[in-house]
Design a protein around this ligand. Structure first.
Ligand code: 5RP
Length: 279
């Protein structure tokens, strides 16, 4: 593999574990001010040190993230739709030159296999791979699932394999029964999205099951930033992904971190009151 491309991929997927914890905060590109991402900069700040990669849009990167932050960026470069319209009608929203100006490690685009606009989005992926190839930038294909699509291994396996065949370097999909088959049939690394917010224990289990069955990690958003305890959550997911922590051990870790956080909060409260009294 070309040096530049390999170098960029190694910034996204840790070479020592072959896995990654991508923090996805790109939801606003079609959902607007998503719960937990009202002020994306504030959301990201305490979490970024535990993320291997940050996935977001150009606008949020430029206006909300400190340029000195030490985290590789996977820039979402597809969009142009909203929750009110036809979601699959996406186009390219950022040129590869502008992505490079932001020093990205990779670019991401959604494909909508099975939708009326499947061809448009798949050819969009192929075009992006061609453009990104010129600059040795890896492409992450997001296998977005339309409302009428079933998230089973047959559908997700189809979407992942097609994305890889068209040249995606990494594919993002959803965890499903028989996930091993999806992984086996896809020649490039697969990361899983977390999906809608579920109880922390379930999200930890999802990550543990996914990596056990061959995922190269997670590209997780809502189950981290919508948690009441986002820092304990991302730290736990990180340990599950990179240290193979089981669901049970992960849950213990999460509960310990939550207890520590609550203790620290309690400790800092009386001090604040004492200060207020003095002044
Ligand atoms: C939207 C995306 C999101 O980044 C993706 O869904 C990951 O976030 P979450 O874990 O909240 O599902 O690509 O198309």
């Amino acid at each position: 593999m070309e040096w530049g491309l390999e170098n960029r991929i190694s910034k996204i997927i840790r070479p020592d574990t072959g896995r990654t914890v991508m923090l996805a905060v790109d939801h606003g590109y079609f959902l607007g001010p998503t719960s937990g991402l009202e002020e994306p900069g504030e959301t990201v700040k305490p979490l970024v040190e535990y993320a291997d990669t940050l996935m977001l849009t150009r606008g949020v990167l430029r206006s909300c993230v400190d340029p000195q932050v030490d985290v590789p960026i996977v820039l979402r470069v597809s969009g142009g739709t909203s929750i009110l319209g036809e979601l699959s009608d996406e186009g390219l929203t950022v040129s590869i030159q502008d992505a490079l100006r932001m020093n990205v490690a990779g670019v991401a685009l959604s494909v909508f296999v099975g939708s009326d606009l499947e061809k448009q989005t798949l050819l969009g992926l192929a075009d992006l791979v061609d453009m990104a190839n010129d600059f040795a930038v890896p492409v992450l294909a997001v296998t977005a699932v339309g409302k009428d699509m079933v998230r089973d291994s047959r559908y997700l396996g189809l979407a992942c394999r097609i994305s890889a065949e068209l040249g995606a370097h990494i594919v993002k999909t959803y965890y499903c029964d028989d996930f091993e088959t999806v992984v086996k049939n896809c020649p490039v690394p697969i990361v899983i999205a977390g999906g809608k917010k579920i109880p922390e224990s379930d999200a930890i289990k999802l990550a543990a099951d996914a990596v056990k069955r061959g995922a190269a990690g997670v590209d997780m958003g809502r189950n981290i930033f919508q948690s009441e305890y986002p820092v304990p959550m991302i730290r736990t997911i990180r340990a599950v992904v990179h240290e193979n922590l089981t669901h049970k051990k992960g849950l213990n870790m999460f509960n310990d971190l939550v207890a520590d956080e609550n203790k620290a909060k309690k400790k800092s409260k009386p001090k604040a009151k004492a200060k207020a009294k003095k002044s």
